[in-house]
Write a protein that binds this ligand. Sequence first.
Ligand code: SF4
Length: 345
Amino acid sequence: MSATDPRAAGAATRPLISVLKLKKHFPVRGGVFGRTQAVVQAVDGVSFDVKPGETLGIVGESGCGKSTTAKLLIGLTERDDGDILFDGHALGAQLTLKDLRKNVQMVFQDSYASLNPRLTIEDSVAFGARVQGLDNPEDRARALMERVGLDPDRFAHRYPHELSGGQRQRVNIARALAMSPRLVVLDEAVSALDKSVEAQVLNLLSDLRKEFGLTYIFISHDLNVVRYISDRILVMYLGEVVEVAPVDSIWTEQAHPYTRSLFSAMPSMDPDNRTKEPPLAGDPPNPINPPPGCRFHTRCRFAADVCKLRVPKLAGIARNSDHLAACHLHDAESGHPGAGKGIPA
Ligand code: SF4
């Protein structure tokens, strides 16, 4: 049994992937000598776990660091600091990047750019399995094409430009599955699709998760889509995690003021369900120079002096220890005037 085999002792109880204080800062170079002028803090101390078979949805505004986090998870971007443990094995210690990539695959938003335009669909799906030396890559590719809803007799010898966006994304899903991964990271994978096609692909992803025993990390800016597919939702703001909770819990009550603003900005067709929450003011601060203390304090209507000085800890809120939020309003010892009371209604 290999080090990364799911049958290893304790596999059922430990997270499939754990991320601990993950950090990625991008230098901004300039001047005649191309020296580092500043640093963009894209991901700054992010930690989370994903259990086997679970879907974790990651949401947040553009530039919050969700896509950088995804790329760090599969080693497309090199981390500056922090640990990634896959099935209890630390990347860089007991686990090589090659081992990790056998177990983790990614599906991107741009279905066309993700495929080699010179390869037929069958070759695209079979490519990874062929490189890995897996048995019968062509048969495997055709079976997976069938499974994702593409008739191999019709599509095997076509090229990416001959397919619609939805069909190409099905090819990308089949290509990811051809490597027999245990974790699939879906980065805005349905965002570019028409609504009817998006629903079909979401249903396909749900079915595949059960059939192949997959675990998903699903990144999207669309809260309704994330709610449909996820078991838990993690909210990022300016490179940090501000809230993480089971989907029903966060849908009932958002514990962080930023999450509440995100949810209240969702359009509703129900006239009795229109938000009374004022819209979030201004743009996110510059990640080159994020605000001290709570990074959200420049836009938070509940901000107090302590928020500018102390970084709030991500901790369980009073009503539910599975529901974590990083806000002084939930910490009775924080010194905030509303400490321990949660967000006012
Ligand atoms: Fe707002 Fe302060 Fe809570 Fe940050 S810690 S979200 S500024 S109340």
